[in-house]
Every structure is written in structure tokens, then in C-alpha cells.
Design a binder for this molecule. Structure first.
Ligand code: CP
Length: 301
């Protein structure tokens, strides 16, 4: 197992399969009121440069339930917010804590933290990737479908950081993925090329073509954190990329629908779909807790 979790590519297929199995076991044990104390006497720093509901809460609860102490550190309340070097922060925090979870604007901040820390660093979202999200997504697909290999995932909308991690995760785990996005909203080109070298990835423009015979439909907000200044333009450009009943109809009859949340209902997904019988969105959100707990156990213990 690797030291840091900066990209979903830091994990092999076997690593991810093992994490999903561990997360399933931890989920079952939690239901039965049984908790591992694997992080007893360990503190985990959680640096957030951006807002979060699921990632922060799931990590705080996971660390607490494992017997450890989650230390939430808002970027602007740290000296980082006044310009202290990321490398110095990494070296100092490594003297206090057993691991660092970081959500940052720039992916380079996460990699700099990881290369200077002597404790494990976990990417809790950057502008390039959201690998923790994909662990929960893969667990959810596995729970609902009983397998990952040879499933087809269709990503509808903005080719953002979550889309990048989805493309890489599908390539690693043997799912095919079709991305439908308008010109100018494609996922990272290097990510696509890396994934295409080992897996089946297509970047298309037509939502119905991408959704055809899909086992999983996935979307995310059209206006990610940092995109607020161009929100109106993005909303116009992406208006045809909504998961609605027509897109759902193009997928397999038993398709599931994922959204990493927060959702903008009526934009990238309709109420009817996100609240409908195909939606696995709440299970997906819950699985953030179990997969992050499994990740912490593997990295920090
Ligand atoms: N999906 C996700 O990362 O949610 P938060 O931004 O609320 O953490």
C-alpha cells in the first residue's frame, strides 16, 4: 500500500478491491454497534481551503469512530492563509499528527504537502482529482451491481475533477466510461490519455449517446468551487447536459444514478431522477464514511 493518497492512481486494482471489502465489513460492524479502535492516540490534521459537508463530516466521524482525534484546520486560520510555505507546514505538522487530510484549490498544493510530509497525506479534493469520492462511488456500484468489471459508466456534464478521478478509477477497475460534455468542458487531456492506455474511455458530446446501455449514470454540479465567476456562462453552455428522464431512459432498465453532491436540482439533474428509484445518491454519500474509514485504517495503522 502506498504512503499517500493523492490520486486514485496511487492505488492498484487489488488495493481498491481490498479497500471496498474492508469498507463493507466496517459498514456492517457499525450497523451492529461494533467499532475498531485502530486510531487510538492518533491525531489527524484536516486542512480545508474550501467548504465541505460530506468530506469533512465523513472524515471527522471516521477518525472519531476509530478512536482517533480529528483536528479541523481552516486554511485562513492557519499561517498558510498568510503565506507560510506549504512545505514548512507539512514538516511541522508531521511532528504533531499521524496523518494529514487536505482539500486545496490547486493540486500542486496537495502534491507539495505530500512530498514534504513524513506522515501520510490524503487528497480531500483538488482542482485535478477527488480520489476519496471515487472510493465511495466504486463501493456503491459494487454494492448495487455485485461487480465492477465490465460495467459501463456514463458521465454527463462538466469534465471536472470528479470526472477525472472517475475516468482513472474506471480504467483501473475495468469499467468502461463514456463522458458527454460540450466543447471546452472536456476532462483533463493527460488523464484521458493515461486511462485510454489501459481502459475504454470515450469523450463524446451527446448525452444520449453516452448514456446508451449504461449501468451507471453520473453527474456533478456545472459550477464547481472556484468557477463562480463564470457561473452564468457555464450554466448556458451545459444546459443540455442534465440527467433527466430521457437520459435515464437511454440507460439500462436497472441503471443506477450517482451524484457526488452538492446537487443543483433542475440543472445537472432533475428532482424526478435524484429522488427516484434509480438514485443511489444517499448510499453513495453514506459510503464516503465507510471508505474513508477503510482508507485511514490502511494508511495510518
Ligand atoms: N462530494 C463532496 O466532496 O462533498 P463536499 O464538498 O460536501 O465534501
Amino acid at each position: 500500500m502506498m504512503k499517500n493518497f493523492v490520486s486514485i492512481c496511487d492505488l492498484t486494482r487489488d488495493d481498491i478491491s481490498d479497500l471496498i471489502q474492508l469498507a463493507l465489513r466496517l459498514k456492517d460492524e457499525r450497523k451492529r454497534g461494533r467499532f475498531s479502535r485502530a486510531l487510538e492516540h492518533k491525531t489527524v490534521a484536516m486542512i480545508f481551503e474550501k467548504p465541505s459537508t460530506r468530506t469533512r463530516t465523513a472524515f471527522e466521524v471516521a477518525i472519531t469512530e476509530l478512536g482517533g482525534h480529528p483536528l479541523y484546520l481552516s486554511w485562513n486560520e492557519l499561517q498558510l492563509g498568510r503565506g507560510e510555505a506549504v512545505a514548512d507546514t507539512a514538516r511541522v505538522l508531521s511532528r504533531y499528527v499521524s496523518g494529514i487530510v487536505i482539500r486545496a484549490d490547486r493540486h500542486s498544493t496537495v502534491t507539495e504537502m505530500a512530498s514534504n510530509a513524513s506522515v501520510p497525506v490524503i487528497n480531500a479534493l483538488s482542482d485535478r482529482e477527488h480520489p476519496c469520492q471515487l472510493l465511495a462511488d466504486l463501493m456503491t456500484i459494487y454494492e448495487k451491481k455485485g461487480k465492477l468489471r465490465d460495467m459501463k459508466l456514463a458521465w454527463i456534464g462538466d469534465g471536472n475533477n470528479v470526472c477525472n478521478s472517475a475516468i482513472l478509477a474506471c480504467a483501473i477497475m475495468g469499467l468502461s466510461i463514456d463522458v458527454a460534455c460540450p466543447p471546452g468542458y472536456e476532462p483533463n487531456g493527460e488523464v484521458v490519455r493515461t486511462a485510454q492506455a489501459v481502459g475504454h474511455v470515450r469523450v463524446l458530446t451527446e448525452p444520449l449517446e453516452a448514456a446508451a446501455a449504461a449501468d451507471v449514470l453520473y453527474t456533478d454540479t456545472w459550477v464547481s468551487m472556484g468557477d463562480e465567476a463564470t457561473a452564468a456562462q457555464r450554466t448556458r453552455d451545459l444546459s443540455a447536459y442534465c440527467i433527466d428522464k430521457h437520459v435515464l431512459h437511454a440507460a439500462k432498465d436497472d441503471a443506477i444514478v450517482l451524484h457526488c453532491l452538492p446537487a443543483h436540482r433542475g440543472c445537472e439533474i432533475t428532482d424526478e431522477v435524484i429522488d427516484g428509484p434509480h438514485s443511489a445518491v444517499l448510499d453513495q454519500a453514506e459510503n464516503r464514511l465507510h471508505t474513508q474509514k477503510a482508507l485511514l485504517k490502511k494508511l495510518l495503522v
